[in-house]
Design a protein around this ligand. Structure first.
Ligand code: BES
Ligand code: MN
Ligand code: MN
Length: 462
């Protein structure tokens, strides 16, 4: 093990060079203009896997390809089998003018709080984090000529746009993903010095709505007064979703929601999380969430409804005196364990239809959603992760909730019957999805070392 860890330390510059090269490929999955770049990133990821001794494959789907890697241990063919998941696609870079350096030209920078950081789109979400694992495997392979574990790697190219091709891919190839458990590196540490294991992950559902009032756009002088304005109707309906105390007013929305067990809540309470600092960092002073829950609880174990966009009428410069025929909104819901996405969406639709009243026509897009997952913390692989993270960081890991969503986790757990272990090394201030995304160099270093230790220890467990 020491030899593998030493090799990681000594070959850090090569690992960084690979990450820089990876970041330079503009694999923005949601924008068709970057289709070729996504393919290029997939091939690059395959070559990284091959360098780590894996058999690599770029597997076509109806959208961006999947990358598959397979390693079968030579010395311990009976070792456990791990399925590792990450995603090589990234979020769009806009607003580009807010980046202090170009997003696809990765570089090291010095940061007052974080020390050396790796700057660039995907440095943290998820190119840097997926390489954190592959580099650990590479060090084992280079140093010992083998990896003491059977590993299948699945790298997705559509995580950031809702995984549209995932079901089709699994229908054909789920059989090749059989494993003892899954490891996913796409989540947060607690802080820059303290590691974490994610104990629960929120689900995500989304819905688009269109409210039609008058049968055409109208002059607001000729019709204003009698004509019902769909923007007003939409605003009123959406405004009714929450009460003053931040609670969702949709009947049935909280059905089935359970609180995590007391031990977890107690750890979160004792964590010293600074709510005021969290809010002031984003320019706010008080939480808008449910009044009787802490900020961490609001983020990690309570469901939400958000309005992600609202539009209609005239939105260009200057004024136009119009009563529009149509008004639109995009909504999304973060779900927690116990909630069923389909039922939640139906309940919200019913509520909004009712709020908007009979004079308008309300249409909804085809909704889709992923369910939340709470993990069994008693599994042996959880113990290994806890022990190894504590060794590497000199501190016990925090057991976190995760406010974000990773759609494949639900699929692994429910469809493939795989227990998932979520260990990530991103930080709140990594600015994922935003300008100036970064990954702390120390997270990359300690993360690769922790994964190298995990690979060694998982292998010993028969
Ligand atoms: N890595 C994130 C999930 C995440 C976010 C983990 C914040 C930890 C903290 C993932 O890539 C992501 O962005 N997920 C999307 C879902 C997707 C369907 C667009 C999300 O949560 O919005
Ligand atoms: Mn991610
Ligand atoms: Mn993301």
């Amino acid at each position: 093990m020491d030899r593998v860890l030493n090799r990681l330390d000594q070959t850090q510059n090569q690992a960084l060079a690979r990450l820089f090269e990876f970041i330079a490929v503009k694999s923005v999955s949601t924008d068709p203009a970057f289709k070729e770049d996504c393919l290029k990133a997939a091939h690059m990821a395959k070559s990284f896997l091959q360098a780590a001794g894996f058999e690599g494959e770029v597997a076509p789907t109806t959208g961006h390809p999947m990358v598959l890697g397979k390693y079968r241990s030579k010395a311990s063919p009976d070792a456990p089998h791990l399925l590792f998941y990450g995603h090589y696609d990234v979020q769009p870079v806009d607003p580009l003018e807010e980046w202090t350096h170009p997003p696809f030209e990765a570089r090291l920078l010095e940061d007052r709080v974080n020390g050396t950081i790796i700057h660039g789109r995907g440095s943290s979400d998820d190119k840097g984090q997926l390489l954190t694992f592959i580099e650990a495997a590479r060090a084992w392979y280079e140093e010992t000529g083998d990896i003491p574990l059977n590993i299948t790697v699945l790298l997705e190219g559509e995580e950031e746009c809702g995984s549209p091709s995932l079901d089709g891919f699994l229908a054909e190839r789920a059989g090749e993903l059989k494993a003892d458990f899954a490891l996913i590196c796409d989540t947060l540490q607690w802080d820059k010095d303290t590691p974490a294991i994610t104990a629960m992950l929120r689900g995500l559902a989304s819905l688009e709505m269109t409210v039609t009032g008058p049968n055409r756009d109208l002059h607001s002088g000729m019709y204003g007064g009698p004509a019902l304005n769909p923007l007003k109707v939409l605003a009123k309906g959406l405004g009714a979703l929450h009460d003053e105390a931040g609670a969702v007013q949709v009947p049935g929305f909280y059905d089935g929601v359970e609180m995590p067990d007391d031990q977890l809540i107690a750890q979160w309470r004792a964590s010293g999380f600074d709510e005021a600092a969290f809010l002031s960092d984003i320019g706010l002073s008080r939480s808008a969430g449910e009044k009787n829950f802490s900020v961490l609880e609001q983020l990690w174990c309570r469901p939400t409804i958000e309005i992600n966009g609202m539009w209609g009428g005239y939105m260009g410069p200057g004024h136009k005196t119009v009563i529009p025929s149509k008004a639109h909104a995009k909504l999304s819901f973060r779900l927690v364990a116990g909630q069923e996405p389909g039922q939640v969406i139906e309940a919200v639709k019913r509520f909004l239809l009712n709020q908007c009243g009979p004079e308008v026509r309300v249409e909804f897009s085809d909704p889709h959603g992923s369910q939340a997952v709470a993990f069994d913390l008693g599994k042996p692989h959880m113990d290994v992760a806890r022990r190894v993270l504590a060794q590497e960081f000199g501190r016990a890991p925090m057991m976190l909730g995760c406010g974000g969503s990773i759609p494949i986790v639900e699929v692994f757990e429910r469809q493939l019957g795989l227990d998932c272990l979520l260990v990530g090394f991103a930080l709140n201030d990594d600015c994922i999805h935003a300008p100036d995304e970064k990954y702390n160099l120390i997270s990359f270093q300690k993360g690769t070392r922790a994964f190298a230790r995990m690979i060694g220890e998982f292998g010993q467990k028969r």
